[in-house]
Design a protein around this ligand. Sequence first.
Ligand code: 13P
Length: 312
Amino acid sequence: MDNQSLSTEIEELKRQKRAVVLAHNYQLPEIQDIADYVGDSLGLSQIAAKTDAELIVFCGVNFMAETASIISPDKKVIIPDDQAGCSLAESITVEQLKEWKNAHPGAVVVTYVNSTAEVKAETDYCCTSSNAVKVIQAIPEEKEILFAPDMYLGAYVQVVTGRKLTLWNGCCHIHEKIGEVEISDIRAKHPDAEVVIHPECGCSTTCMLDSTQNPDCNYKIFSTEGMLNYVTESPAKEFLIATEVGILHRMKQNNPGKDFYPVYKEAVCEYMKLVSLEKLRNAIRDEQVEVKVPVALAERARIPIERMLSIV
Ligand code: 13P
């Protein structure tokens, strides 16, 4: 079946089942185009929290659908491919977190939303890339903060807030690779381009420090939705984009007169790309695969998410 017929069938199924389709900015273009909302982790969590749809279809990776299920326990949440994992979420287990907490009694635990429900349940505050700075600023100065699992986001937040954080040594396998790219070589080819970077990138902290010493560097660091908003608002005509390449679809669509170049073309998350139109159609039709977090676990994991949502 071609994409047009699949899209027509999906639209019809969405109406019949009163379903809302949420898609992360890294999803395939055809999935972004058929979604009701496309956004970053925070924006999609907020929509999941307030939607009155009966079925939430999450086109993203497992932790995102899990978060939606934790926030909306009365809704049915489904993911079109339950093999869509996240290397960052897997970089800390609940046993490792418990051991880390035991070694730092009294510390406040801040966990990136890219984490499992079990890890969230052992956490004081969740954060996303768009609100990590505000979450850290909301914690009393004298408290030690354990920040997990992304060391690059943590290092970036340290620079912005001036707070010393105790960092877990985890990262996203795609964003880490972007850190190995020599951004100055690409800038030499596009001297007028602005460089827009996701804070999970291996280069985000050094780029940020470079910017403080040399304002000409002028790097911009945002969550995926922040990156999208920035390129729309900026008067610049050319941009170098440092994150997963799925984000280029909406950047180009929303800004036809501007040019976008990925800093690293191979920055393709194989898990985000598992969702196809066919799998999305099957998922809504069969209401599968359901993502359901056990009630007792969901109650504990909801606390740090709600704390985060009340700060932003
Ligand atoms: P945001 O979309 O919240 O910036 O996060 C991206 C992400 O999850 C990358 O791993």
